[in-house]
Design a protein around this ligand. Structure first.
Ligand code: PLP
Length: 427
């Protein structure tokens, strides 16, 4: 089946099921839900493929995909099928027992990656927490009983919102007012090999030294910045020479988003540990930490999660991964990515004073706004929304384009037409 045929709205009524007597009440929402998000002013009622409808019936092309999460778009027949079947059979039992679906998903991931074993949880932050705990236990038990292991992370990185992962996140705006942060982290500029060498030397003192380096293969939230191949290859050597674990946060770039199954395949290096979450089950909550060496550092009791790896989430993830393979979605991601970037470059070249860069891999792409201009990404995001296109900011100066991996050629063209119209209105 081609991605095109998957989008045929034969199984699902594409029009939102609206009750005109009860329009969405934003004030009521805000009086009950904690105010932790700067939301755009629409409420989404329904989705199909790469299309969404808000509660007023307005249609949007979805180039956000739940922030790089709805791998197969909305209401995909394969996901509908697995979710409906699994909820009738078994959805949760806890890890007190063997869960066959969890074993099958782990096997698929191990067969299709450099990993030897998998630990399951429910989100990206949790997957990174698991990686941080594994690194620390490795340091305490394998690395000569190192008492003060340090994990190096990058400026402009993003690793989640728990206390350990905001500490790992090299952006002060996420850490402010939540001090004291976790000890055991230090920061380096991304794509700068000299900085890594200096940090390793500077931090080596007494019972303290660098035990791991944790990076995104392409920085997502921090502005869609791809890793540099030479940097990462040298980094791999440095880690090997110094018994340092190389940890990749693939929460945003894993599961086909870059046109390869895993982000690290774009860099020609294999990590010792990597994490996945967002796109793994196509929007059903799941997280996973994969490890290649030292998996047995974790023993019964070392780490756990009540929901982690339940049959519902694991069956959904396995279906997402098998659908990527069966429908040759990686080829679609590569082709649509090329198409998207070439249209973005044309648009950027029409406003050379406003846009300074177009970059990305596969279907994670960014367009950077000139830092000297007054224009910020949210202005264009709002204008695009008015035109019927959803895109997301990646910081104040970068527009991010992360559509479902099933996006069609026509939809990419339509999205770019809408973006052009939106930009023309705000400049
Ligand atoms: C989104 C994201 C996270 C956090 O994932 P949650 O599921 O929100 O906890 C971590 N790392 C990266 C690279 C992300 O993009």
């Amino acid at each position: 089946m081609s991605p095109e045929t998957l989008l045929e709205p034969t199984l699902v009524d594409p029009t939102p099921n609206l009750n005109p007597n009860q329009p969405f009440d934003r004030d009521s929402f805000n009086s009950y839900v904690m105010n932790t998000y700067g939301r755009f002013p629409i409420a989404i009622a329904k989705g199909l493929g790469c299309l969404l409808w808000d509660t007023s019936g307005k249609q949007y092309l979805d180039f956000v995909a739940g922030i790089a999460t709805c791998t197969l778009g909305h209401a995909h027949p394969a996901l509908i099928e697995v979710v409906s079947q699994q909820i009738q059979k078994l959805h949760h039992v806890s890890n007190l027992y063997y869960i066959p679906e969890q074993g099958e998903l782990a096997k698929w991931i191990v067969d299709h990656s450099c990993a030897d074993k998998v630990f399951f949880c429910n989100s990206g932050a949790e997957a990174n927490e698991a990686a941080i705990k594994l690194v620390r236990k490795y340091a305490h038990t394998v690395l000569d009983f190192l008492e003060q292991p340090v994990i190096l992370t990058a400026h402009a990185s993003f690793h989640g919102r728990t206390l350990a992962t905001i500490t790992a996140t090299g952006q002060p705006k996420y850490q402010k007012d939540f001090e004291p942060l976790m000890p055991g982290f230090a920061y380096i500029p991304y794509n700068d090999i000299e900085a890594v060498e200096n940090a390793i030397a500077d931090l080596d003192e007494g019972n303290r030294r660098v035990a791991a380096i944790m990076l995104e293969p392409l920085q997502g939230e921090g502005g869609v910045r791809p890793g540099d191949i030479e940097y990462f290859q040298r980094l791999r050597q440095i880690c090997d020479e110094n018994n340092i674990l190389l940890v990749f946060d693939e929460v945003q770039v894993g599961v086909g988003r870059t046109g390869k199954l895993w982000g690290y395949e774009n860099l020609g290096v294999e990590p010792d540990i990597f994490t996945s979450a967002k796109g793994l089950a196509g929007g059903i909550p799941i997280g996973a930490m994969m490890c290649r060496k030292f998996c047995d550092v974790f023993e019964p009791g070392s780490h756990a999660s009540t929901f982690g790896g339940n049959p519902f989430a694991c069956a959904s993830a396995l279906t997402v991964l098998q659908t990527i393979e069966r429908d040759h979605l990686l080829e679609n991601v590569q082709q649509r990515g090329e198409q998207l970037r070439s249209r973005l470059r044309v648009i950027a070249s029409q406003y050379p004073h406003l846009f300074v860069d177009v970059r990305g891999w596969g279907l994670i792409n960014g367009m950077e706004i000139n830092s000297e201009s007054e224009l910020v990404s949210s202005t264009i995001v709002n204008a695009a929304l008015a035109e019927g296109l959803l895109i997301a900011p990646a910081g104040p100066k970068v527009l991010r384009f992360v559509p479902p991996l099933i996006v069609s050629e026509t939809e990419v063209d339509e999205a770019m037409d809408k973006l052009e119209a939106a930009i023309a209105k705000v400049v």
